[in-house]
Ligand binder design. Structure first.
Ligand SMILES: [Cu+2]
Length: 156
């Protein structure tokens, strides 16, 4: 390839980059005068969890050795969920590790069991602001690190 044709290739590449940049950043009439970036962020916000309020939790086990001693801990993942006061909340608890987990969601007084390979669904209206524990009674602080997830209800 000659030096001259290489120069043309670079010029064409630079021109394409500028054109693409303009398309993304400048308002486009057939998109209602919005830029491609604005369109993309709008689509992202309409598919957020704002009106859905459904959360998937899994039971997870971690195992390690500390000073050649086996250490096991069970966790709910995620360990923290934040919702707004008044939200209709659905928690879908998936049993992945551990045979079963008997749990209570404090304040809402919801009890249940998560069994390995099964899904347990609980739902409630987040009426009271504060942080509430979803605690497993099978894996408590008496025999190991507590298995707990914290549901925080933010005041409206
Ligand atoms: Cu458990």
């Amino acid at each position: 390839m000659t030096t001259r044709s290489k120069q043309w290739l670079y010029l064409l590449f630079a021109f394409t980059c500028v054109l693409l940049g303009m398309c993304i950043l400048l308002p486009i009439p057939w998109l209602g005068g919005e830029t491609v970036m604005e369109q993309m962020t709008e689509e992202a916000s309409t598919t957020s969890l704002d009106d859905q309020q459904e959360y998937h939790l899994t039971t997870v086990e971690y195992t390690t050795y500390i000073d050649e001693k086996k250490v096991e801990v069970y966790r709910f993942e995620p360990g923290t969920i934040v919702v707004n006061q008044g939200d209709e909340v659905v928690l879908r608890l998936h049993g992945i590790h551990g045979k079963q987990h008997e749990f209570t969601l404090e304040h809402y007084n919801i009890d249940g069991t998560v069994t390995k390979g099964k899904e347990t669904t609980i739902s409630f209206t987040a009426d009271t602001p504060g942080t509430f524990r979803l605690t497993c009674h099978t894996h408590t602080s008496a025999n190991q690190i507590p298995m707990v997830s914290y549901i925080t209800v933010v005041k409206k």
